[in-house]
Design a protein. Structure first.
Length: 283
């Protein structure tokens, strides 16, 4: 079984849960049924659909809820609780955000075909990008640079790198290696957003300046991949990493960060994914 097979099996479980008394209502709960971490499964879903998992999940829950509301006389408060909304106000805002209508209006007229989030049937995305992963250990190191918040609407990282290039000469205590990094992290795995630090490696004792963010990267074991194609094909690399490599590897991603390393004078991109090195629990 590869990542695609796991994705389809997990989505099938989710659909079956919508017909039960206890539907799966969160990304974390859905990911747990797959045996993957929330971030890992979200990346797997995105690699085969180009959609963000939380948005799709909420769309299916709202569509199922409104279909049930049209069939029977159950209060929205009871339905909202069953489908995982914290309270009626949270459910109300979700309806307004998605359809620009309140729940009563939607119940009265029903959902149009284009308003429904129908079930996805992802097609297997084959890729010619095959990377060799190597287990490596890295000591802790320090990065300094500009931090950016990346949301689901972000299509390219070009703007943030252009901004970083204008200010990177102001970073003090840069190590002689001159290596540039893109450090990505996420704090709320339910959200399709992350923090991205464009940075240089610096002396660990440097405290930085007001303009820059300083981050200490902990010592860890990583799977390192080397991407030699143009940076425009980096999505293919991550599709292979999360959709194929880790689906077949006994090692699984660990933590809430990863980074790319750009050695000075080289065109290759090194991708580092932290992993759990002890024997994993069976899935």
């Amino acid at each position: 079984m590869d990542g695609y097979d796991t994705l389809i099996e997990t989505l099938n479980r989710f659909e079956r849960s919508l017909d039960s008394d206890t539907p799966i209502t969160t990304v974390a709960e859905l990911a747990q049924t797959s045996g993957y971490s929330t971030h890992h499964f979200s990346r797997l879903f995105y690699s085969h659909t180009s959609l963000h998992l939380k948005e799709y999940l909420q769309g299916r829950l709202l569509t199922s809820l409104m279909r049930e509301a049209a069939r029977c006389d159950i209060s929205f408060a009871a339905l909202a609780s069953r489908y995982g909304f914290r309270d009626y106000e949270t459910f109300y805002r979700a309806c307004r955000n998605r359809w620009n209508k309140n729940p009563s209006q939607l119940r009265e007229r029903g959902l149009g075909e284009k308003e429904k989030q129908e079930r996805l049937h992802p097609q297997r995305k084959e890729t010619s990008c095959i990377l060799t992963g190597r287990l490596v250990d890295k000591e802790a190191f320090t990065l300094c640079g500009l931090n950016f918040f990346i949301g689901p609407e972000t299509k390219t990282f070009h703007t943030m790198w252009a901004q970083f290039s204008r200010y990177e000469h102001l970073i003090g205590h840069v190590l002689k290696e001159g290596t540039t990094y893109q450090y990505s992290s996420w704090t709320d795995e339910e959200l399709p957003c992350m923090s991205v630090l464009c940075a240089k490696s610096v002396n660990q004792d440097w405290m930085g300046e007001e303009l820059f963010t300083v981050r200490r990267v902990p010592a860890a074991s990583y799977i390192r991949f080397i991407h030699t194609e143009d940076v425009t094909h980096i999505r293919d690399a991550y599709q292979y990493i999360y959709g194929t490599y880790f689906a077949q590897s006994p090692l699984q991603p660990l933590g809430n960060w990863e980074f790319q390393r750009y050695p000075q004078g080289q065109s290759a991109i090194e991708i580092y994914i932290p992993v759990r090195i002890e024997t994993p629990l069976p899935r």
